[in-house]
Design a protein around this ligand. Sequence first.
Ligand SMILES: *Cc1c(COP(=O)(O)O)cnc(C)c1O
Length: 388
Amino acid sequence: MTGRVEFYRHGLGEAELESVGQTLSSLFLTLGPRVADFERRFAEYLGAEHCVGVSSCSMALLLTLKAFGVGDGDEVITTPMTFIATSNAVLHAGAKPVFADIEPGTGLLDPNAVEAAITDRTKAVIAVHLYGQLADMKALRALCERRGLVLIEDAAHAVETERDGIRTAELGDAAVFSFYATKNLTSGDGGAIVLHDREAAERLRRLRNHGVTKDAASRHGGSYRHWDMVDLGFKAAMTDVEAALLLPQLEGIDARRDAREERALRYRELLADEPRVQLIEPVGTSAHHLFAVLVPEGRRDSVLDGLGERQVGCAINYRSVHTLAYYRDTFGYRPEDFPVSASFGERTISLPMWPALPLDDVSRVVSALRESLDAAERRPATTAEASP
Ligand SMILES: *Cc1c(COP(=O)(O)O)cnc(C)c1O
């Protein structure tokens, strides 16, 4: 056995060191020219008009809901197969998250389930591009158009994604991104909102900065001028240090996606003859953010232990949000309310995936997975429900 196979390793290096060094010897550390530079280049990469840099994807979600007028008494439909940040932002905005079930093959939000969940109070839909594949944005756009709903994309997994000729941030009213430590672009923590509407972008720029009319960089220069507060905003802007970390990563972004795809294809090839493992159904061009597989129900937690014992780093993305204690207690949800997501969340397991992951390690992970499945068959079945 050689060393541990890490779940994720960032690839930051000399270019990022130099870029951050330049920022440290400049005037601005917080919201300044590097943020503006990153915003321009990130919007350009996605072919969108506006980008607003913020402190996290969680704050991007909250600010976006606020900017589009979602609040008290409103309902927002989203998928329970996501990170808790998606539906928590709806609660923080004062609205009610309403879940709609997922497609069993892809884990993506099912547009038919969204349509069935619409009520008079529905104001918005948040689609999540799970693992790096685009939700069915054409169907969701048409539905939201017809019913007068705001469509938000949680694109934390999906910068370099395309489906049916549609890219991330193309059809949504806004798309939100995460630059958290394990995401494909990272500044440790950070986020962005990408959108086409200028007025909404201006409102978002105020909301990330206490609702004041001018940011520090535009207040600087010449003599002091008063600012005013016109909105109740937050402290949630991206900083120049974060932008300096992100800017060099925009170079080579597609090459890193291609490298992840090579690893995903190797996993698929090696697992093709393993009947106990269900692969995620591919749709369009994936960003390959995570490589998740589905194992038989009741075996997942023992497989997870088995992989841990074999020095393979893994994660669960995700146990279905409606099965978590807060959501069960607050809304009285039972697993069977969203049965596809509940089952998917009991079966999914994310294997190591990053651009420089050695291909030999992919083979080692697959061997460890087979051994863990063998071992799991000899242990009693468990579910998250049954464990403390
Ligand atoms: C990581 C993630 C978030 C939250 O991102 P932060 O930048 O950590 O706030 C939201 N949604 C999804 C799907 C994520 O994976």
